[in-house]
Design a protein around this ligand. Structure first.
Ligand code: IMP
Length: 178
């Protein structure tokens, strides 16, 4: 479909399944080379990563483990700001080579926070694989190691990404119509 409606908004098709698959194969090949002889732990960040993680991992030929986390934010007792916590971690990350799987890196706030939280867990190394990166919006200095696609600073849905909870199951990527 060329256009879809998600809630009150209209989105137009932006990337088809073939373009998505090709971009993922490119980074999977890089990861397979970079981690030769290692046993990385892929850590998907839910909810948005579920389709990307499934497609990326199908192309990974390394011995590896796969786990998923969610970022939960709550108001700290004394702190004025929000405190974030990773929930669902089911194994020790000590000395592990961790590859975070994200759906999208926008300003970088979320990924910076996740890396901070993981750094405390004593990983041997931490790298980031993301389906999408918005370079114009990205404001952090952390290197985003594996990027399937760079996109303009526009709102997208589909392929795991949502608009207010909807659109995640759409198999292609759509961009908000101006
Ligand atoms: P950041 O912390 O600004 O990098 O934003 C990361 C989070 O914002 C992602 O994990 C998404 O949940 C959400 N997000 C940012 N841009 C988009 C978009 O274009 N579509 C859907 N969600 C987005």
């Amino acid at each position: 479909m060329k256009e879809i409606s998600v809630l009150d908004k209209t989105f137009k098709r932006f990337k088809n399944v073939e373009e998505i698959n090709t971009s993922i194969k490119v980074i999977a090949e890089k990861i397979n080379k970079d981690y030769e002889g290692k046993t990385p732990l892929f850590l998907g960040v839910l909810n948005g990563c579920f389709l990307f993680a499934a497609d990326l991992l199908r192309e990974i030929t390394l011995d590896c483990e796969v786990s998923f986390v969610k970022v939960a934010s709550y108001k700290g007792m004394k702190s004025t700001g929000e405190v974030n916590q990773l929930i669902g971690l089911d194994r020790s990350l000590e000395d592990r080579d961790v590859i975070i799987i994200e759906d999208i890196v926008d300003t970088g706030n979320t990924i910076e926070n996740i890396v901070e939280l993981l750094t405390k867990a004593g990983c041997n190394s931490i790298k980031i694989a993301t389906f999408l990166l918005k370079p114009e919006a990205y404001k952090k200095s952390i290197k985003v190691d594996y990027v399937a696609m760079e996109i303009a600073n526009k709102f997208v849905v589909g392929y795991g990404l949502d608009y207010d909870g909807f659109g995640r199951n759409v198999k292609e990527l759509y961009v908000l119509k101006d």
